[in-house]
Unconditional design. Structure first.
Length: 315
């Protein structure tokens, strides 16, 4: 008997969970009978009725080959912590991650399993081919982010990639072995490598509830990805500093020549003030980049746990 672990991080998903669960069960029944399933919910400090709904699933399950478990955090630690907790506590030969809002269609599960089981793939990832339903500004910056980060890193991060990935156990173990505190799962999945098959599908809107990802949170998440997998911003700030040093030196020579040789005194205090403000802004920008890397180092050194479990059904 082989086992598939399905990890579902949840934060305030009381409206979406019943719909998701019904759809998931319907697709699980399409699998061969010799497959066991572990459905592992990660309650990420939800403030609504999410945990009670998960408990009702466990109490009322009707499939003999389905085992429902849950982990409940002491507070909201974020999706990255939920993903890590699920991976660390999963016991299946195969593991997949899914969102509870049905933007990760359960109808793809059997196809993903067949690729990993019957063909030479270690994992199957999913990516959206469009961003229909998203604000235009968010879509623009998402595409821009992937273009930038792929130029900064030595490996490719697929544009539109979801956390909906179906993996063999060896891929899971490789991801768990990366013990960094500042985690960016899409980057970690790409970093470990392996033979990955990508399945494309059109964007699916949330089945219920509201997204937890505001534009500001997505911006923070993007910066997390850049600083976690590239030192290019530090190099860029150094290059900018070098360019301004060279330009300043040339301007000093030009001023000396203009004053001593041509007898034209220097003028233009307003422009000088503007230049000072611009250079000061670049300095602060560069210091901000350095501060980002220092803050990540600070968090890593403290070695605080990424999550704290309040309640769980797993042993």
């Amino acid at each position: 008997m082989e086992k598939i672990s399905i990890i579902v991080p949840c934060y305030n998903e009381e409206k979406a969970l019943p719909i998701f669960y019904d759809e998931l069960i319907k697709n699980i029944k399409k699998f061969p009978e010799n497959i066991d399933f572990e459905l592992l919910f990660i309650n990420d400090g939800s403030k609504d009725n999410t945990l009670n709904i998960i408990k009702s699933f466990k109490q009322n399950k009707s499939m003999a080959n389905l085992n429902i478990e849950y982990i409940s955090f002491s507070r909201n630690f974020g999706k990255e912590a939920g993903i890590l907790a699920g991976l660390e506590h999963s016991t299946g030969d195969y593991v997949t991650l899914m969102d509870a809002d049905l933007q990760d269609p359960p109808s793809l599960l059997l196809e993903m399993f067949n690729y990993v089981k019957n063909e030479d793939y270690d994992a199957v990832g999913t990516r959206r081919v469009n961003r229909k339903g998203e604000p235009i500004v968010r879509s623009f910056f998402s595409k821009l982010f992937y273009k930038l980060i792929n130029k900064m890193t030595s490996f490719e991060m697929v544009d539109g990639a979801r956390d909906f990935v179906f993996m063999k156990r060896n891929v899971v173990e490789a991801i768990i072995s990366l013990k960094e505190y500042n985690r960016y799962s899409k980057g970690l999945f790409s970093f470990v490598g392996f033979n990955v098959k990508w399945i494309e599908y059109k964007n699916i809107p949330r089945v219920a509830g509201k997204t937890k990802w505001s534009f500001w949170k997505l911006t923070q998440y993007a910066l997390e990805g850049i600083t976690a997998f590239s030192t290019a911003p530090l190099i860029v700030s150094s290059i900018i500093g070098l360019i301004f040093c060279v330009v300043s030196f040339l301007l000093i020579i030009a001023i000396i020549f203009k004053t001593l040789i041509l007898g034209d005194p220097t003028s233009g205090w307003p422009s000088l003030v503007c230049i000072i403000f611009m250079v000061s802004g670049i300095q602060l920008f560069s210091l901000g980049i350095i501060g980002q890397y220092l803050s990540k180092t600070y968090l890593e050194v403290k070695q605080r746990p990424l999550y704290i479990i309040k309640e769980k059904t797993l042993k």
